[in-house]
Design a protein. Structure first.
Length: 241
């Protein structure tokens, strides 16, 4: 048996081959792909990727153009008002605030900062069946009244609803800003009823009233549409580049 094994080794494993050489010969040859074929496959992949990207961006642009056209045709925004009663309106495109400035008498300066819609509450529908709910939008206002440089500022934090104005808080601010931890007083609704009435009359005499609240809601409805169209236009320009 030992002689048979030795004979087989001489027959199938020549003594001139080292183990390393034998292993290399027994290994399967690696797959070789021509470079032109690789380049073609790479180009095809890039082409498919570019086509998908182009189709995706084209769909975004189509939707944006249709939406912008719809907004302009259905209910186009109006030219915003630059004044209301004794107030001048300051509105910077792209901002979520507007400012109103006015005077009362010879000394008082009034500055009002107003947000776009920042909240809402559900209300019953005004339809005959009375089913379902509508939304009533909320606007926040800060009214600063001062009597010149160096004087303290009387500040009112208010809520503007479509048909009324509500005072939430009243602050007394130093002309150089609030101290680190000022006493800010109670909520307006916790004040004495007579004091509430005279403070409301104080604002009404200066044109900060229910009519101003109604104006601001109309103004912000228009601004909301204008800013939305402007935002879509900016998005469109970015996708097109």
């Amino acid at each position: 048996m030992a002689r048979l094994i030795r004979t087989a080794r001489r027959t199938f494993l020549p003594s001139s081959l080292s183990p390393q050489t034998l292993i290399q010969r027994l290994q399967l040859p690696s797959l070789q792909i021509d470079k032109p074929i690789c380049n073609s496959l790479f180009q095809i992949r890039n082409y498919i990727s570019d086509m998908r990207k182009s189709a995706f961006e084209g769909n975004i642009l189509r939707i944006l153009r249709n939406e912008i056209q719809y907004e302009y045709e259905y209910a186009p925004p109006k030219q915003p008002s630059t004044e209301f009663d004794s107030f001048a309106v300051e509105d910077q495109p792209g901002e979520q605030w507007i400012r109103l400035r006015g005077k009362y008498g010879e000394k008082e300066e009034i500055k009002i900062e107003v947000t776009m819609f920042d909240g809402s509450i559900p209300i019953p529908k005004s339809s005959e069946d009375g089913k379902g709910e509508d939304m009533q939008f909320h606007i926040s206002m800060i009214v600063d009244i001062s009597k010149g440089e160096g004087c303290n500022v009387l500040e009112f934090v208010c809520s503007a609803w479509p048909d009324c104005l509500e005072i939430q808080k009243v602050f007394m601010l130093r002309h150089d800003g609030m101290p680190p931890k000022p006493y800010v007083g109670p909520d307006f609704k916790d004040l004495d009823d007579e004091l509430q009435n005279v403070l409301e009359e104080f604002l009404e005499a200066r044109g900060v009233n229910d009519e101003l609240a109604a104006f601001l809601h109309q103004y912000m409805m228009n601004k909301d549409k204008t800013e939305y169209i402007r935002w879509m236009g900016k998005l469109q320009s970015v996708v097109e580049k």
